[in-house]
Design a protein around this ligand. Structure first.
Ligand SMILES: CC(C)(COP(=O)(O)OP(=O)(O)OC[C@H]1O[C@@H](n2cnc3c(N)ncnc32)[C@H](O)[C@@H]1OP(=O)(O)O)[C@@H](O)C(=O)NCCC(=O)NCCS
Length: 148
């Protein structure tokens, strides 16, 4: 089955909301992935987004904003049924290829979200700092950058 990388648009929004809901159904509303509809909907509207599809199903997505010298990633998620299949790796590599020289990628992750940290480190993101008491549970945020 081939993975299709797609720039997400208006017609993809129900699938985007469905993917996030599937994660909330699986793990609940946790500080490390806190995307209730009232936060998610404006984020989807105001961000650029890219996703992977397999046979018509949205399997993973990234929301991000383009700033002058960096693309700031705000949401990274794969559907629980499509984990560990490399889809997020494909999407992050897509952004790395698309951003051009001189543009950095920025994102933050909860210190307890080890799966996400492994993903970013595998792709060459480096820790750039920490923000204490950043999340609702007072957990620390690790800031990662990619500047290849
Ligand atoms: C973290 C998350 C985005 C990873 O997505 P994914 O589609 O499973 O990631 P990929 O299949 O592309 O994984 C690529 C690499 O990431 C790392 N990785 C991913 N999940 C991992 C896990 N559970 N444990 C350890 N390493 C993991 C591995 O290095 C993996 O490569 P490998 O399979 O060859 O070992 C996904 O688990 C998710 O959506 N979690 C819930 C939402 C979330 O926490 N988002 C991140 C917020 S910062």
């Amino acid at each position: 089955m081939s993975i299709e990388v797609k720039i997400l648009e208006g017609s993809d929004k129900p699938a985007m909301r469905g993917l996030i809901q599937a994660i909330l159904d699986e793990q609940g509303l946790q500080p490390q992935f806190y995307w209730p509809p009232e936060m998610l909907n404006p984020e989807i509207l105001s961000c650029e987004s890219v996703g992977t599809y397999i046979q018509g199903a949205l399997t993973a997505l990234i929301l991000y904003r383009k700033l002058p010298h960096a693309w700031e990633i705000s949401l990274v998620a794969s559907h629980p049924r499509f984990r560990r299949k490399g889809h997020l790796q494909v999407l992050l590599n897509h952004l790395i290829a698309a951003k051009g020289q001189g543009i950095e990628l920025w994102l933050e992750v909860h210190e307890e979200n080890l799966a996400a940290q492994k993903l970013y480190e595998k792709l060459g993101f480096r820790e750039a700092g920490r923000r204490a008491k950043y999340y609702k549970d007072l957990g620390t945020a690790i800031l990662y950058t990619y500047s290849g």
